[in-house]
Design a protein around this ligand. Sequence first.
Ligand SMILES: [Zn+2]
Length: 262
Amino acid sequence: MHNFLGLCFESSNQNFIMPEGPLLVMWKEQVQEFIGKKVTGVETTTKLDAERMNGKTITDITTWGKHFLICFDNFTLRTHFLMFGDLFINNRKPPEKPIKLRLYFDDAELNFYSCAMRFIDEPLDNVYDWSADLMNETWNAEAAKQKLKVIPDTLICDALLDQTIFSGLGNIIKNEVLFRMKVHPESKVGKIPAQLWNAVINESVIYCWQFFEWKKDNSLRKHWEAHRQKVCPRDDVKFEKQYTGELQRQSFFCTTCQNLYV
Ligand SMILES: [Zn+2]
């Protein structure tokens, strides 16, 4: 249902969640039809020199983890949706919700909310290590393991959220994967057995793609076993809810079944 004149307001990110890699991959799929379209107008409330996109044709749309990338000849618009960002495709939020950027096309529009934007003037291959993105076809688990070797004292809850190692992995994925693998979020990277690390990394990729499928059919939340849950489904005991690690992101975990490696 496309109400691109904004006659009907609805959420594109229904049951709002923080934008993690899989949500951006879903949005990327939804906007592929914009490749080849020419921007016919721009509106922005940011300091971005958005006019430079006016009259330009989109050559590609891709993602690197939590970066949403709209490519033009010689430059790219990079959007990070932060904690509460949203993308509305041929649809708008109610007018009282402040917009960051609106791109008009002949028969369509893209609306960006609560995000940080900048232009990249270099070739993207110079800027991004694509193999660090869990959902990229060049994802390289071995490279991630090498990066973990040099941070043995870092807590796993911080390491999983490190975008230079696991690009796209966000707090939901962190909590769910640690629960599945029975690892306490305050475990030290260097104390976790190599076999278990292999399993954690594999599971992170699997969970990203499950997240992607569940988000598409609006069933993500009902699949959460740990994130924002109160009771451990394995042990029927109360989950701990704590801000963990240097990043102080919220962790939900069970001290009965999730082992602490220190
Ligand atoms: Zn448990």
